[in-house]
Structures are given as C-alpha cells and as structure tokens.
Ligand binder design. Structure first.
Ligand SMILES: [Zn+2]
Ligand SMILES: [Zn+2]
Length: 250
C-alpha cells in the first residue's frame, strides 16, 4: 500500500487535536486559564469589539462621528435601496477576537461556543432594543446538504442559546433554503444579491403572519442573505423583521 504526502490540513488538524489533549483548559485565543468557560476565556470574549453610535439606523453599519447629531442616520446603501428588514444590528465588527471566535465556532466546530456567544447577543439586544418585544425567533437556514457537511447550522445554535434567555418560540422549519448557494466570500454586493435570489422559501407562510420576527445569523456582510430572508417573511405576511448577527463587516 502506498501513502501520498500528508495533506497539510490534516497535519494542522492533528496538531490542534494534540494541543487540545495536552492543554485542555487553555483559552484558544490568549492561552490563559479558562476556568468554567470552554475554548475562549471570559476576558477575551469581553474584548470583542462592540459597535457604538453613530451607526446606520437600518443596517447598523458604523458611520462617521459627523452623524452623531443626526436623528435617524442612514448609510448611502440604505438610502438608495429600501431593505425588507426594519433594523439589522451586530454585536461586534468582524475582526480581532470576534473573527477568531467565529472561526473556532464555525470551521473548527467548537459548538460549545454557541452559549457564550449567544449570551453576548442577548446583551447586545438589550443595548440596541431594550424593551422591544418579538413574537418569534427564526435562524437563517443552511441548505440541508451544507448542514450535513458541517454537522450543524451555526445560526440555529446561536438562536437556541438566545431562546434559552427569552421566553420566545424558535421556528427552524418554516423558512427553508432551497438553493445551495456557493460560498459568498469572493463575491461583490451585486453578485451576492444575485446569488441569494430564490435561495429561500417559506414552507409554512402562516407561521410568519402578523409576527414580529427576530432573525438570527452569525455574520452580516452585504446584508444580501438577511434581506432575502426578510423579503420572504414579509411577503408571507410578517409584520416586521429585526435581524441580529454576531458580527458584521464594514
Ligand atoms: Zn483568553
Ligand atoms: Zn445602512
């Protein structure tokens, strides 16, 4: 039997696994003591970069300090194209510790991170929308093939962690992804909009009727996915859609 050269990804995986065996209780980011936390310590999670005003009232993108005095500041994008969601907000920018956390969570399958990350989202919700009430939590669905491949839907895990803190139902069946969209990372805004068009479907329209929806995902990039999900739900009769993600790009 012949063996080819070891795939470098596998070498990295094996190294990581050994590291975890030898140092099971070290923070994956700072190497410090974990305590009761898993994978990432409380200090590092607290150091994720939070978003402070001024930001776009619609999509939540940080704006220049000049907008501080404006009552309802809107970015150029949201001024030129009305969005189906009412407001989209993120806990932090997609950089530094938050970016590392999302990578650990999503690609290294550290699913236990959904709990502390979900808690950060709850804190953010209180800051952004304290006092606002919702009827239903919806997580952005993955295509079944993609979910099988990854083993879990990161948005759904976050939504489950959030649900534990809010007395709200979570519906993971009524919004479906029917088109396995290709990876969006290399696409520009226009291509992303095209890419997600027709990707989602309301399986049960009545589930959304007159509901105030809290839509959960891990990442907001151009907002194409969040907006397309919102469109489906609004066209199915939803009253309003508010979206919350862990991070957003700028
Ligand atoms: Zn740490
Ligand atoms: Zn905006």
């Amino acid at each position: 039997m012949k063996f080819g050269p070891l795939n470098t990804q596998w070498v990295l995986k094996i190294q990581r696994a050994l590291f975890d065996l030898i140092f099971p209780s070290q923070c994956k980011i700072c190497g410090g003591v974990l305590g009761a936390a898993k994978w990432v310590c409380k200090g590092c999670l607290g150091n994720t970069r939070f978003i402070s005003p001024p930001y776009c009232d619609c999509c939540g993108i940080p704006l220049s300090p000049l907008f501080l005095e404006v009552e309802r500041p809107l970015c150029k994008e949201c001024q030129s194209r009305p969005m189906y969601f009412r407001e989209a907000r993120a806990v932090a920018l997609y950089k530094g510790v938050m970016r590392e956390c999302i990578h650990l969570f999503k690609y290294e399958k550290k699913e236990a991170l959904s709990k502390p990350l979900g808690e950060l989202m709850i804190e953010s919700m209180n800051d952004y929308w304290g006092g606002k009430s919702f009827d239903l939590i919806i997580s952005v669905p993955l295509h079944p093939a993609r979910k099988r491949e990854r083993g879990f839907n990161q948005a759904e895990l976050l939504a489950r962690a959030i649900k534990e803190h809010l007395a709200l139902p979570l519906d993971i069946h009524s919004l479906r992804r029917i088109k396995p969209t290709t990876s969006q990372t290399t696409l520009n805004r226009r291509e992303r909009l095209q890419n997600v068009k027709g990707a989602f479907q309301a399986k049960d329209k009545s589930a959304f009727f007159k509901k105030k929806i809290l839509l959960i995902d891990d990442l907001f990039t151009t907002g194409a996915t969040i907006d397309e999900c919102s469109r489906i739900m609004i066209e199915a009769g939803a009253q309003e859609v508010y979206a919350l993600t862990l991070a957003r790009t700028v």
